[in-house]
Design a protein around this ligand. Structure first.
Ligand code: GLN
Length: 551
């Protein structure tokens, strides 16, 4: 069977949840015994998401091979339970970069270099690359942006050509659109969808399936109307209703018969259908048996929750593993002051980040969390802040800091290490992608991971400065994970605290709903214990107060 290509486009507005749809489709196809790969074509000019502000674009997701990719790649990995690579996120910047480099090398042998065919050929090549890198039955390729945008034109032209080249039975187009409900007339409107499909048709693309994003059930009449105006069989008009939990989407699409419809259109031979690996996940999300806990995320990108999407999801996975609902509160690290009582939370996370803003607030927060015994997980920058706080409070190293925030600090407990400084001259200093770490025996980290050798993804420039290790360890900070060559500190913890762990890497990037990351699982478990302990204490105090006092 030759590889099949499914192209997913979006119409009417952005933020329709195309990424979630593509990820859900991938999940369903994989669940039908097919080998699936999934990619995103991003029409922006940045070479990758690494230089884009999380305020604007959400989180930068890092792949095993160190690709700094769009956050949709994170959704793909979580829904497919499968690791992807940098090749799964192609940007217009990369395409143009390659074409221009080839032009400079003279590869085009004197011809005029044009959008068609040179840019479109490069786009086609990048999609085909994903289909040949590993043996796959289906490639799902999502085109970022909205149909009608100027910058997505070369991508739409590229996939149009590729679909012809691969043959009608081997490629299909799925278009996601918005189905707005107009309060005044009490109707769902199909006109925007009709216009968006016309736009696609004018580019030579006839969608084979239309997925309608809606807040309400899609009536038979509406389905028929769209089918008639947009040239698709009525059964290929799919209801894509908004769901409370992301992981419900594949189950809802399965009920709509999406897998069978795709299989019919592409002559796909489906394997034996297994019950969805998300059924039990959704059951636990809907009815957690152990009530709810609340966890605070203290960061500076809190207005844009997408900036912490993988952390958010990983906490949710930890909640699933512990059968508890987790309310996640976002707190701006610039707003941390003495009035904020962090002990009202059952646990606190300080996630990754860059730049000086809000750092002192994070350090202040970590100090009270450490002293009060609130469960704490510090991720990357969060771990660095924990080390700074410990150095200042417990080692008497006043003014200890990271050279990222204070280049002149007398106690650079976090610094760029000398070997990286040399690399700096060559350009790239960021430690990116998956690296092994050794976890020491008889530590919390070892109990959590249950293994000596672990692999985690990184994205940072600064490191724990080994010069201060002895000093910090003597004061009670345990270094429980290091790189196998013993150059880098990877995990620190405070043993005389109920649960206080800082990790230099990003565990959230490897957490999956059906396989929650052990650190998040253990952290959420600790938050549950902390809540139970506090409730008990409160009850004891109440009971003591109620006791009759002797006259
Ligand atoms: N800014 C810090 C560094 O570069 C931390 C990065 C992060 O949290 N991802 O080392």
């Amino acid at each position: 069977m030759s590889t099949k290509f499914i192209f997913v486009t979006g119409g009417v507005i952005s933020s329709l949840g195309k990424g979630i749809f593509a990820a859900s489709l991938g999940n369903l196809l994989k669940g039908s015994g097919l080998r699936v790969s999934i990619m995103k074509l991003d029409p922006y000019i940045n070479i990758d998401a690494g230089t884009m502000s999380p305020f604007q674009h959400g989180e930068v997701f890092v792949t095993d091979d160190g690709g700094e990719t769009d956050m949709d790649i994170g959704h793909y990995e979580r829904f497919l339970d499968q690791s992807l690579s940098r090749a799964n996120n192609v940007t217009a910047g990369q395409i143009y970069w390659t074409v221009l480099s080839r032009e400079r090398r003279g590869d085009y042998l004197g011809s005029t270099v044009q959008v068609i065919p040179h840019v479109t050929n490069q786009i086609k090549h990048s999609v085909q690359l994903v289909s040949t890198q590993k043996e796959v039955d289906v490639v799902v390729a999502e085109v970022g942006g909205t149909v009608g945008d100027i910058e997505s034109l070369p991508f739409l032209e590229g996939i149009r050509q590729l679909a012809i080249q691969e043959g009608r039975d081997n490629s299909m187009f799925i278009h996601l659109t918005l189905m707005p409900y107009v309060e005044a007339s009490g109707e769902v409107k199909t006109k925007p969808t009709q216009h968006s499909v016309k736009e696609l048709l004018s580019l030579g693309i006839q969608p084979d399936m239309i997925v309608c994003r809606t807040g309400r059930p899609l009536s038979v009449d509406i389905r028929q109307k769209i089918a008639m105006f947009c040239n698709v069989p009525p059964e290929y008009v799919i209801e894509g209703r908004t769901r409370k939990f992301l992981y419900e989407v594949p189950l809802a699409l399965e009920k709509e018969g999406v897998v069978e419809l795709v299989a019919r259109r592409l002559h796909l031979k489906l394997g034996e259908r297994q019950p969805s690996n998300l059924t039990s996940v959704v059951e636990r999300l809907r009815e957690p048996k152990k009530g709810a806990i609340s966890i605070a995320i203290i960061g500076k990108y809190v207005k844009q929750h997408d900036a912490y999407i993988s952390v958010h999801e990983a906490i949710t996975h930890g909640g699933i593993a512990n059968d508890v609902k987790v309310d996640i509160q976002y707190i701006n690290s610039e707003d941390i002051d003495s009035h904020l009582d962090l002990t009202s939370f059952d646990g606190v996370i300080v996630p990754g980040g860059f730049g000086e803003r809000g750092i002192e607030g994070k350090i202040k927060a970590i100090r009270s969390i450490r002293e009060e015994g609130v469960p704490f997980l510090g991720i990357c920058l969060g771990m660095q802040c924990a080390v700074i706080e410990f150095a200042r409070s417990r080692c008497g190293l006043d003014g200890a800091n990271s050279t990222e925030f204070d280049g002149d600090t007398v106690h650079p407990v976090i610094d760029i290490l000398p070997d990286q400084k040399q690399i700096d001259d060559k350009g790239g200093t960021m430690r990116l992608g998956v690296y092994p770490a050794k976890v020491s025996e008889e530590t919390r980290a070892r109990r959590v991971y249950g293994a000596e050798l672990i692999y985690e993804r990184h994205r940072h420039r600064y490191e724990f400065n080994p010069r201060f290790r002895e000093n910090l360890e003597e004061a009670g900070l345990s270094v429980s994970g290091i790189s196998p060559d013993e150059r880098y500190v990877e995990i620190v913890e405070v043993p005389d605290h109920p649960w206080f762990v800082g990790v230099q890497f990003h565990p959230e990037l490897l957490s999956r709903p059906m396989r929650p990351h052990p650190l998040f699982q253990s952290f959420v478990g600790a938050c549950l214990d902390y809540r139970a302990r506090r409730t008990e204490e409160r009850e004891d105090v109440q009971a003591a107060a109620a006791e009759p006092t002797r006259p």
